[in-house]
Design a protein around this ligand. Structure first.
Ligand code: AMP
Ligand code: ZN
Length: 312
């Protein structure tokens, strides 16, 4: 579940507000979200990400946008603060940034708005019993959804002094787990050589879980651009036989280089003392659909899903 701390409101036309989940990339430009048809705007003209203090606006398209009157060029980035206006093209298509109420609009990781969600301003306890701020109010350092699952005995599979393994709430295969460190680690970028032992333990415990399912093959890895902010290692069986596996993005996030093997992260942190993310990972999500077992191309997800179960 992601918290939307900000939203963009069209200043010139009544269109639906665009929610911006914390620490998650949102691409805007020409298309149904903005209702803009002007071809000078590319479909993914801007990449937005809600952070503490505002929204980072990164320009991907050719024609200039403007953040609070300052022109942006392709490849550059500026912080849009609450109350300021973003023009998707210079002097055109103004959107003002608003900050939501403290708890914000909540969406689950599948992007659905959680309207029945209890609005809680209480502090939650983390897995060590420490009081932590709810993400809606606080830093975005911690994914509230994963935190809740780490504390939920029904979701918890195993815990050690350093980590917790939970079931993925929207499993993309018959067996899908997440290995989460207890230490707050917002992304792979913050890892350093002091985390080598932790990464080794995450890898080892993840592999131990797989041994409970001898008839399944598994892969362990990290998403290049995760949607949840606490570092989590995916442990996923290779049947990909699950109702929650619906979109091309889901498929490609586990079956292209977007899925970074656990050992690669571990080796890089061990040898380099840090992990450097690849900038181009996002494009991998729109790669053509291809069976992970035989390489056969498929035209859409229903066909691919029908096909992959023939390998079971
Ligand atoms: P990603 O951030 O892309 O690496 O993936 C986040 C994963 O967390 C997805 O596989 C989701 O299905 C899963 N997920 C989202 N919300 C929860 C939750 N509350 N509890 C457990 N798993 C979750
Ligand atoms: Zn195949």
């Amino acid at each position: 579940m992601n918290i939307e701390r900000y939203f963009l409101r069209n200043e010139s036309e009544a269109t639906v507000d665009i929610g911006l989940p914390d620490n998650q990339e949102v691409f805007i430009g020409r298309g149904p979200l903005t209702k803009i048809k002007d071809s000078r705007l590319s479909r993914n003209h801007l990449r937005l990400m809600g952070v503490v203090g505002g929204v980072l606006v990164h320009q991907l398209g050719h024609n200039r946008s403007a953040v609070n009157g300052t022109l942006l060029a392709k490849g550059s980035e500026l912080l849009l603060k609450p109350g300021q206006v973003l023009h998707l093209l210079e002097g055109k298509f103004p959107f003002r940034l608003f900050q939501t109420e403290r708890e914000g609009v909540k969406r689950d990781s599948e992007g659905k708005v959680k309207t029945s969600e209890k609005k809680s301003s209480e502090k939650m306890e983390d897995i060590n019993g420490r009081k932590v701020e709810s993400v809606g109010k606080a830093s975005g350092h911690w994914s509230q959804g994963l935190l809740a699952s780490m504390n939920d005995p029904k979701m918890k599979v195993l815990e050690t002094e350093n980590l917790v393994i939970i079931k993925d709430k929207y499993p993309k295969a018959e067996h899908h787990f997440l290995v989460l460190p207890r230490e707050k680690l917002t992304s792979l970028k913050v890892l350093n050589d002091e985390h080598v032992d932790l990464l080794e333990e995450m890898d080892r415990e993840g592999r131990n879980i797989c041994e409970n399912y001898p008839n399944h093959q598994f892969k362990l890895g990290y998403h290049a651009i995760p949607s949840m902010s606490q570092v989590h290692l995916h442990v996923i069986s290779q049947d990909f036989n699950s109702a929650c596996l619906k979109t091309k993005k889901h498929w490609n996030s586990f079956n292209t280089d977007y899925f970074i093997p656990s050992k690669s992260v571990l080796n890089e942190v061990r040898t380099e003392g840090r992990f450097v993310e690849q900038g181009s990972a996002k494009d991998l999500l729109s790669a053509p659909l291809q069976c992970h077992k035989c390489g056969e191309r498929q035209k859409n997800m229903p066909d691919l899903k029908q096909h992959v179960i023939t390998h079971l």
